[in-house]
Design a protein around this ligand. Structure first.
Ligand code: ATP
Ligand code: MG
Length: 276
C-alpha cells in the first residue's frame, strides 16, 4: 500500500498554492508535513480527502486514482482526516459522534440491517463496543454521554482523532492535532500517535509543534511556498540548511527579526509603564 502525490498542483484563482509536488507515503510510518504558514500543508490534506479538487497531477492510493472522486468515495477507500479547526457534531454526545461514523459500507449490509432485526441488534452492539474501545484509548470513556461541545478543548481534539479512526482507516490525515493543546496534552497526544502506528496504516501529521514532529515522525516532508522543499528523516531535516533558511530566513533576516522583536518589547514596556 502506498499513497502517492504525482506532480500535484493546486491553483486558487491566480495563486499557485501547490506547485508540482511529488511524494510517496508508506504504511507503518508516521509522515510529518511541516512548513511555514501558508506553505500549502492543509491544501494537501484537503485535496487528498476530496474537500478540494486538484488543479493538476494525481493522488493515488494503491494505484487507484483518488483525485476526482467524491469525498464519500475517498472516505470509503479508507481515507480519514481531522481538521485544523475542530469540527465535531457539538450537539451530539461524545459516543454518538463516533457511532454516526460507523456505517455499513456495503449495500447488502444496509438491507440486512433493515430486514433482519437480530443482525441490526448485533451490529448496534458491535458499534457501541468498538466506539467505547476507541473512547477508552483516548481516555474519553467517562465523557461518553456528555455533549461533544461541552468538552474541554484538549478532549475535543482527542475526540476528533477518535472519530477519524472509527472506520479503521488505511490513511489517517491529521491537520495540526496539537494546535491549542497545553504541554501535558501534547505529550499525551504524542504517546497516542506513536501507539497508532500500524503496518496497515499510512499516517500523515501536519504540525507546527517541532517536539511532537521530531519525536513521533519517521519521515518529514517540508513545504515552502507550495513547493516540496525537502524530505528526509527528522535528523536530516534538522541538519538541512535549506530548511533552516525557510523557517528563519537569512542571517540578515534573523538579525532584522530579533531587532523588530526587541523594538516591540521596548514599545510594550513603554506603554505598560505609562498605564501604571
Ligand atoms: N480556499 C482557499 N481559497 C483561496 N486561497 C486559499 C484557500 N485555502 C488556502 N488558500 C491559500 O493557499 C495557500 C496555502 O494555504 P494552506 O492553508 O494550505 O497553508 P498551510 O501550510 O496549511 O498554512 P497554516 O500553517 O497557516 O495552516 C495560502 O496562501 C492560503 O492563503
Ligand atoms: Mg494549515
Amino acid at each position: 500500500m502506498t499513497l502517492t502525490f504525482q506532480n500535484l498542483r493546486k491553483q486558487y484563482g491566480s495563486h499557485l498554492a501547490i506547485d508540482d509536488v511529488s511524494v510517496h507515503f508508506e504504511p507503518g510510518l508516521v509522515h510529518g508535513v511541516i512548513g511555514p504558514n501558508g506553505a500549502g500543508k492543509s491544501t494537501l490534506v484537503n485535496m487528498t480527502a476530496g474537500s478540494y479538487v486538484v488543479s493538476g497531477g494525481e493522488i493515488r492510493l494503491d494505484g487507484k486514482t483518488l483525485s476526482g472522486l467524491k469525498k464519500y468515495q475517498i472516505a470509503n477507500s479508507g481515507v480519514a482526516r481531522t481538521y485544523q479547526n475542530i469540527r465535531l457534531f457539538d450537539q451530539m454526545t461524545v459516543l454518538e459522534n463516533l457511532e454516526v461514523c460507523f456505517y455499513p459500507t456495503q449495500v447488502g449490509q444496509v438491507w440486512r440491517e433493515i430486514l433482519w432485526p437480530p443482525f441490526a441488534t448485533a451490529r448496534r452492539k458491535e458499534r457501541t463496543r468498538a466506539c467505547m474501545e476507541l473512547l477508552s484509548f483516548f481516555d474519553l470513556q467517562n465523557y461518553a454521554d456528555a455533549e461533544a461541545g461541552s468538552l474541554p478543548y484538549g478532549r475535543q481534539r482527542m475526540l476528533e482523532i477518535a472519530r477519524a479512526l472509527v472506520m479503521n482507516p488505511r490513511v489517517l490525515l491529521l491537520d495540526e492535532p496539537a494546535a491549542g493543546l497545553n504541554h501535558h496534552e501534547t505529550a499525551e497526544l504524542t504517546a497516542r500517535l506513536a501507539e497508532l502506528k500500524s503496518p496497515d496504516r499510512i499516517m500523515i501529521v501536519i504540525e507546527h509543534d517541532m517536539d511532537l514532529v521530531m519525536t513521533v515522525c519517521d519521515r518529514i516532508v517540508v513545504m515552502h511556498h507550495g513547493k516540496l522543499l525537502f524530505q528526509g528523516t527528522p535528523a536530516e531535516v534538522q541538519a538541512s540548511s535549506d530548511v533552516q533558511l525557510a523557517y528563519l530566513g537569512t542571517a540578515n533576516d534573523l538579525d532584522d527579526i530579533k531587532a523588530a522583536a526587541q523594538d516591540r518589547r521596548t514599545q510594550l514596556g513603554i506603554r505598560a509603564r505609562r498605564r501604571s
